[in-house]
Design a protein. Structure first.
Ligand code: SF4
Length: 206
């Protein structure tokens, strides 16, 4: 636990504890997360700035034809699939969850287009709940480099990180490692000498 606590304490001096996706409600975060697959957060934010003015509730997504939603999100990759996911997730939220985005992992992962990573991101960032640790490509790579896990599969990496991190810090750890991975511990040419974790890291000579 001590190593991860130290990692968090150093990272939070340089990075904010939040996602780079813009949202102002659980539904907006759900849609942004679905749109962000294989798309940069910057691109998603450019799109959602206008999209969220038009679509404010699940009913708003349901009342337009699929083709209209596809057109409205066509600036992102895989927009056809994403439009289907958004519509069917909204349908389920209205039918099963009284129009509210569910706030537990079981119900969230039952929504189309929402896996465990997305559910963990939504739970922490929209509801302040730590039910797991979101493992995206950055979190996976950085955790391996820092020697926090030797696992490859996200669910195993998540287990390793959960064992080494106080529960109330799970979401924060994920948010901070995403930013470290995006800006410093990049996949190619990591900037070891700019890294606040340099002396803690077994991979600095990579
Ligand atoms: S020292 Fe290098 S490999 Fe280790 S976390 Fe920092 S950037 Fe990544």
């Amino acid at each position: 636990m001590e190593k991860v606590k130290e990692i968090i304490s150093r990272l939070e001096k340089g990075f904010p504890n939040k996602l780079e996706l813009n949202f102002s409600s659980p539904l907006e975060l759900l849609v942004a997360v679905i749109l962000s697959t294989q798309t940069t957060d910057k691109k998603v934010n450019e799109l959602t700035a206008g999209l969220f003015r038009k679509y404010k509730t699940c009913e708003d997504y349901l009342k337009v034809p699929l083709e209209e939603l596809e057109k409205d999100i066509s600036s992102v990759n895989y927009y056809r699939n994403k439009a289907k996911f958004i519509k069917s997730a909204c349908q389920r939220i209205v039918e099963e969850f009284d129009g509210k985005v569910p706030n537990n992992i079981k119900d969230l992962t039952s929504l189309p287009g929402v896996g465990r990573k997305s559910a963990n991101m939504i739970l922490y960032n929209a509801f302040g709940k730590n039910e797991g640790i979101a493992i995206d490509t950055h979190v996976a790579r950085v955790s391996q480099r820092l020697g926090l896990t030797r696992e490859e599969k996200p669910e195993n990496i998540e287990k390793d990180l959960m064992e080494q991190t106080p529960k109330d810090q799970w979401g924060k750890l994920s948010n901070l490692l995403i930013l470290l991975g995006r800006y410093i511990c990049t996949a190619k040419k990591p900037k070891h000498h700019e890294c606040p974790l340099y002396d803690l890291c077994p991979s600095k000579e990579l």
